[in-house]
Design a protein. Structure first.
Length: 163
């Protein structure tokens, strides 16, 4: 709702503080999740309203010592060529992951997409921690070799990453 990760984290904390402070008003006849959602929605809406009050129009001129002048706002966003390059690299990475044998692919996905710890992967798959570490290491090497074979990376014997 607030489109900002840091604000969302702050609001999540505020939701639980608020929920705890008004817990005596909760009616068990209704689902707790609906009540919690309502508190969350209200806090997010209040946050958005407060944020709007501090906003101003970029089209509105600025008063300077020499009179009015238009606002000039730098573009700190990702440049279009970098954005396209990044998307292409992600597609190649996904292709590389798909070429991995299944027992490597599953571990890479759990580690890097699901962001599980080595211990969590070990527990979930029922394999020793050392096996998880070895498979991740081998899978990363296979992905690196995939990138080298397609010219996205230089061989480590020849130097670093191509730009």
């Amino acid at each position: 709702m607030v489109k900002n990760h840091d604000d969302a984290e702050d609001l999540a904390q505020e939701v639980f503080i608020r929920t705890f402070s008004v817990l005596d008003r909760y009616d068990p006849a209704y689902p707790f999740s609906s009540w919690l959602y309502r508190i969350t929605s209200n806090l997010c809406i209040d946050h958005i309203r407060r944020r709007r009050e501090g906003m101003f129009s970029l089209d509105q001129p600025v008063q300077g010592k020499d009179g009015e002048m238009s606002r000039q706002v730098p573009d700190d966003g990702v440049k279009p060529d970098r954005d396209i390059e990044s998307k292409e690299m992600m597609e190649v990475l996904e292709q590389a992951i798909q070429t991995l044998p299944e027992h490597y692919r599953v571990i890479v996905i759990l580690r890097h997409q699901e962001e599980l710890s080595y211990e969590e992967i070990s527990d979930n798959l029922g394999i020793p921690l050392g096996t998880v570490k070895a498979r991740i290491h081998r899978a990363r090497n296979m992905i690196r070799d995939y990138f080298i074979a397609r010219g996205f990376l230089k061989d480590s014997n020849q130097g670093g990453v191509e730009s």
